[in-house]
Write a protein that binds this ligand. Structure first.
Ligand code: CAO
Length: 270
């Protein structure tokens, strides 16, 4: 499978009238033989199927939404410590406790969690339930199951539910009940890597948040001392037809305050 490239024949000597002192141009040295590999790979066409086909539809519909982006930084230092303390306890009860249940439970601000866009009658629908979806990288591709009625669940309850959804996702068994009815989505891309994202809203929801990787970085404390902090960036996208910047900012501030001071979750969150 190789074409051999032969060196060019040596240039013929050209008789000239130049004197012995003049420089005679020398023929260039023979080029080395290069054996160029011939690539025999073929292009392949594969039809989109199942959930991937659904993703084409929803993401194409999402293109019609005027997305508004908003980012912030969250100091996760206290939460990192708290999760470490609780992780073992949760494990002794047979449950894996990641950061996701805290991210989900901190969605306390009304409006964004339960508002849905209803184009047919040009109105927003306020759903009583907070069904928080989470983007999940599964064997079937990207799926977004949701935890129903987060407003009445504890952080531990949410962890139990997430464990169930993750087990179903891993075995390719997530069904319609778990995949529909979401009112808001969180995408923890940081569990794989990356800091910022530009998440795309899952219609008819009106907002989505992407969480970056928690990184150990130097930051100033209140006494102007440099301290080691666990920092995470969050990138929100909201539907600007229904949500304005100030609302998004207030929502994000409250969400961030629960994560930065997780003790307040004990006080406030049901
Ligand atoms: N930064 C640093 N570490 C993180 C992290 C983050 N943002 N998020 C999770 N981790 C840690 C977890 O705490 C866990 O650590 P321990 O082993 O010490 O407990 C470890 O990473 C693995 O976590 P996990 O991925 O098993 O669990 P999770 O609840 O954090 O995340 C899920 C679950 C489903 C969100 C995740 O598995 C996933 O699929 N993420 C990808 C989402 C995605 O594809 N988004 C893009 C959508 S748009 O195409």
């Amino acid at each position: 499978p190789y074409h051999e490239i032969q060196p060019p024949p040596p240039a013929a000597a050209v008789p000239s009238a130049v004197g012995p002192k003049d420089k005679v141009p020398q023929p260039s040295p023979a080029q080395p033989v290069i054996q160029r590999p011939v690539f025999t790979g073929k292009d392949r066409t594969e039809p989109l199927k199942g959930f991937h086909k659904a993703m084409v539809k929803t993401m194409t519909a999402a293109l019609k939404i005027p997305h508004f982006g908003y980012c912030d930084e969250v100091d996760m230092t206290k939460l990192v410590r708290l999760r470490l303390e609780l992780k073992e306890l949760a494990e002794s009860r047979g449950v894996k406790l990641s950061y996701m249940p805290f991210f989900i439970k901190s969605n306390k601000f009304p409006l964004l969690n339960n508002l849905r866009w209803m184009k047919t009658s040009w109105c927003g629908v306020f759903q009583a339930a907070h069904n928080i979806g989470l983007a999940m990288d599964t064997t079937q591709g990207l799926l977004v199951p949701n935890v129903k009625n987060v407003q009445v669940l504890s952080v531990f309850d949410i962890a139990v539910e997430l464990n169930r959804l993750q087990a179903l996702g891993t075995s390719g068994q997530l069904g319609t009940a778990d995949l529909t009815g979401g009112t808001f989505t969180l995408s923890n891309i940081g569990s794989i890597g990356g800091t910022y994202a530009k998440p795309v809203i899952l219609p008819p929801e009106v907002a989505i948040g992407a969480l970056g990787k928690i990184q150990v970085l130097p930051r100033f404390n209140s006494r102007d001392e440099v301290v080691k902090a666990h920092v995470m960036n969050v990138s929100w996208s909201a539907d600007h037809r229904l949500i304005d910047g100030a609302t998004m900012c207030r929502f994000s501030n409250l969400w961030k305050s629960y994560l930065e001071n997780p003790a307040t979750m004990v006080l406030d969150l049901k």
